[in-house]
Design a protein around this ligand. Structure first.
Ligand SMILES: [Ca+2]
Length: 359
């Protein structure tokens, strides 16, 4: 990477009055750079372009550097709304993780390449022409996709990914050639950068555009960004510098999202996407259990009602049977007990009137 620095003489691009005013108020230190703000589906909303960055090819992509400029060219695409990462030791605030992914291409020259940046507000007003625009800034985090060799900053080759913390001398690098890719081949590549506030590390993945997200990261670096930035607002964006060359860097899509991680997940050093996938699986499993319990409860209720109904029917049938039998059999089987009748032997004396008459 080149450490060239040049005066900030930027070309003014198309400026929309109202968004410009909003952005100007948001970025109160903005004396020299030109900007445009827009919304594009493949990039999300609230974008700001500064330096030589501009939309190209009917706004289908962002061209960060301009090869037509004789001097070094630099451009920065960032989100207007800053983020806060918070300290993991703050009990009142949950640490913030983020995930971003973007498609880009870098032409074959050996310029600085592209970098994903987190920068303080002050950097925006001091955006420089070299070194991704951060040469005047000592407080930044960058993930660089470097296509030049500068021994002053310890570049290992002209095809590497590095993590920069307050300096372009990377704290950790990884050789992109190890995954059979070339950063400045001109072809579209896709990168995923994830920061997990629970495991406090950054993971960088890279593949051809359209390829699946690689399982293994190309580079992993442990850092507590919550402690680094604490409660300070930082801007996130994609930057490029052409160095001494006519290198052209373009961005075709960019997504960025943040999320808060519950404190009970802090001890789990996991990929944030894995965490969210596990939470989804737990939610689905719980939903299945609830459905099974609901079905079982319904079944028991139906069986219980059926049994109760059967008992009622049997009871009523038995009552009906007994009543019918009583009505029909009592007269027929009514016994005549000898005790119910009493008799008395009466001796009847029949006078023989006839014999008296004869006498
Ligand atoms: Ca480098």
């Amino acid at each position: 990477m080149s450490k060239y620095d040049h005066p900030s003489t930027f070309t003014r691009h198309s400026i929309h009055p109202i968004p410009f005013l909003i952005t100007f108020l948001a970025i109160y230190e903005a004396p020299h750079f030109a900007l445009s703000v827009t919304h594009k589906p493949q990039f999300g909303s609230d974008l700001v372009l500064i330096g030589d960055a501009k939309f190209a090819n009917d706004s289908s992509f962002v061209q960060l550097t301009d090869p037509r400029i004789s001097s070094a060219s630099s451009g920065f695409l960032f989100r207007r709304r800053p983020i806060k990462l918070f300290s993991s030791y703050s009990k009142s605030r949950k640490p913030v993780s983020f995930s971003t992914e973007f498609s880009f291409s870098i032409s074959p020259q050996n310029g600085d390449g592209i970098a994903f940046l987190l920068v303080p507000r002050s950097m925006l007003s001091r955006f420089s022409k070299g070194g991704f625009g951060v040469l005047k800034e000592s407080r930044f985090l960058g993930v660089e996709f470097d296509t030049s060799v500068d021994e002053n900053v310890g570049d290992v080759n002209a095809n590497h990914v590095g993590v920069d913390v307050g300096s372009l001398d990377s704290v950790k690098t990884s050789n992109v050639s190890s995954v059979d890719l070339v950063l400045n081949s001109g072809m579209q590549l896709h990168s995923w950068v994830d920061y997990d506030s629970s495991s406090k590390r950054i993971e960088v993945r890279l593949d051809k555009s359209g390829g699946a997200r690689p399982y293994d990261p190309l580079l992993v670096y442990g850092i507590d960004l919550g402690e680094m930035w604490r409660n300070e607002e930082v801007f996130v964006g994609l930057s490029s510098s052409s160095g001494k060359t006519m290198q052209t860097s373009c961005v075709y899509s960019w997504k960025f999202r943040t999320r808060s991680v519950p404190s009970w997940l802090h001890s789990q050093p996991l990929d944030p996407r894995v965490i969210s996938q596990e939470q989804e699986e737990k939610r689905l499993a719980q939903k299945k259990r609830i459905c099974a319990l609901g079905f079982l409860s319904g079944l028991v209720f139906i069986v219980g009602c059926g049994a109760l109904l059967a008992l009622i029917i049997l009871f009523l049938w038995a009552m009906f049977e007994n009543s019918l039998e009583t009505i029909l059999t009592i007269p027929a089987k009514s016994p005549v007990h000898s005790g119910d009748f009493r008799y008395q032997k009466i001796n009847v004396v029949v006078e023989d009137n006839l014999s008296e008459a004869n006498n």
